[in-house]
Write a protein that binds this ligand. Structure first.
Ligand SMILES: NC(=O)N[C@@H](CC(=O)O)C(=O)O
Length: 451
């Protein structure tokens, strides 16, 4: 029997409101919210002065399992996730082998059921190899299909570069297509120009000029035009420029949007001024751009043109990062620190708590039609995070939980700290201690609901 937990007098942030209440957790679910009398057998948790948030649902992570487990795996990264207040994650298909069949997708769910302490969902990959098959499947049963990280074969190699393939998917018009939106033809031209000037070791500060605003904008603009033509569902992953935000609407609720987007925490947190100190450690695709871009992205988040906050948690071994520009892998780990970063923006008065919760917890559940998660509601799964809002700490090698053992945020001081994380009613993380043998569940999609 699982303990029954009574969280007393916590400050809940949920569905646009902030209020003090007790929360009763019984078995896997939130049993009651309100003023709850203590009964014998309850395990009491003092929530006074602390925030209680719905667990974060990270809509984009690369946990590298199977096949790339020297970088990360579903156990190590899910532990880092829960320590950071992330109770569910959606993992991308650029594992080895790439997740291009329903059998391989099912295999990932099997591995996660044995290794993940958080709840898990996996996207099916789509590329030239499986496109003709995928468009015959009922992909509404899946969270989404995506090309992210697949970079298939040679020039013009992601979907953003293949309007013919985009049209095929949109014409089939089932479920959500999530794309990595950069025009590689523009990127490759820029790469050549910089290679000519600097050879292999191009200074990384030019990364945002190589993976340029134009490469992002033109790809996003074209993909949106094609999705509109077919009235299809398109999600643009990890938006990185202020200019692209004008392509998205904020005059309809997310439930009714066909075209959606997200921002990843690093595109809000870092700017091109940080390349000097951090070098290739902050080389991501799409690139970290200017302060103006970071400000514009934050504003678009607040204005609801951007729907979700994700991490694009993309760990690589340190030696894979610390290489000359062209050889250095793009991506960095973030899932343990995303909520802390966003709460830091709140502390600086840049965004409200309610908006953070909407974009990190509610909206991923709405977009991907995830059942019974993302909110603090009676009858929903007890995925909850208790946060101490005044508990400074500094990111260091000693407290990084990523298998790769490094973070681009080393040395950063955060004011807030996750104290406890519940996943399906299990107290999986408690002030540095883990229930390591606890296992999350597969995210369920409410696909049977009529649109
Ligand atoms: N974002 C990145 O820079 N890297 C991702 C791939 C991707 O999301 O394109 C990775 O898997 O390493």
């Amino acid at each position: 029997m699982k303990p029954t937990y009574l969280i007393q007098q916590a400050t809940l942030v949920n569905e646009g409101k902030t209020f003090v209440a007790d929360v009763l957790i019984e078995n896997e679910k939130i049993q009651k919210i309100g003023s709850i009398p203590v009964q014998e057998g309850y395990q009491l948790i003092d929530g006074k002065g602390k925030l209680l948030l719905p667990g974060v649902i990270d809509g984009q992570v690369h946990f590298r399992d199977p096949g790339l487990t020297h970088k990360a795996d579903l156990h190590s990264e899910s532990m880092a996730a829960v320590a950071g207040g992330v109770t569910s994650f959606i993992d991308m298909p650029n594992t080895r082998p790439n997740t291009l069949t329903l059998e391989l997708l099912e295999e990932k769910y099997q591995i996660a059921s044995q290794k993940s302490v958080a709840n898990y969902g996996f996207l099916l990959g789509v590329n030239a190899e499986n496109l003709d098959e995928v468009i015959t499947w009922d992909t509404k049963k899946l969270l989404a299909i995506t090309d992210d990280g697949l970079y298939f074969s040679g020039k013009g190699n992601i979907l953003a570069d293949r309007p013919d393939m985009l049209e095929k998917i949109f014409a089939a018009n089932k479920g959500i297509l999530a794309i990595h939106s950069e025009k590689e033809e523009i990127v490759e031209k820029n790469e050549e120009a910089y290679r000519e000037k600097y050879g292999d070791d191009v200074p990384v500060k030019f990364h945002p000029l190589i993976r340029s605003e134009q490469a992002c904008y033109e790809a996003t603009e074209r993909a949106i035009a094609l999705a509109k033509k077919h009235d299809a569902k398109l999600h643009i992953l990890h938006l990185s420029t202020a200019k692209e935000t004008s392509l998205f609407r904020n005059d309809i609720p997310l439930e009714n949007k066909k075209i959606t987007t997200e921002v990843s925490v690093h595109h809000l947190w870092f700017t091109d001024a940080d390349y000097e100190e951090k070098g290739t450690l902050i080389k991501w695709n799409p690139a970290i751009k200017t302060q103006k871009d970071a400000d514009g992205l934050l504003q678009a988040l607040i204005d609801d043109r951007i729907d979700l906050i994700t991490t694009d948690h993309a760990p690589h071994a340190l030696e894979e990062k610390l290489k000359p520009y062209f050889q250095s892998m793009s991506g960095a780990p973030l899932v343990q620190h995303s909520l802390a970063c966003m709460l830091e923006f709140f502390k600086k008065g840049k965004i409200s708590l309610e908006k953070i919760v909407e974009k990190m917890c509610h909206n991923p559940a709405i977009l991907y039609k995830i059942k019974q998660r993302g909110y603090i509601r009676e009858g929903y799964f007890a995925d909850l995070v208790l946060v101490n809002m005044d508990s400074p700490w500094t990111v260091s090698k000693e407290n990084i939980l990523y298998k790769c053992g490094w973070s681009p945020l080393e040395g950063t001081q955060f004011q807030t700290q996750v104290e406890k994380t519940f996943v399906n009613g299990n107290l999986v993380f408690d002030q540095g201690d883990f229930q390591e043998d606890s296992r999350g569940k597969a995210l369920e999609v409410e696909w049977e609901k009529k649109e």
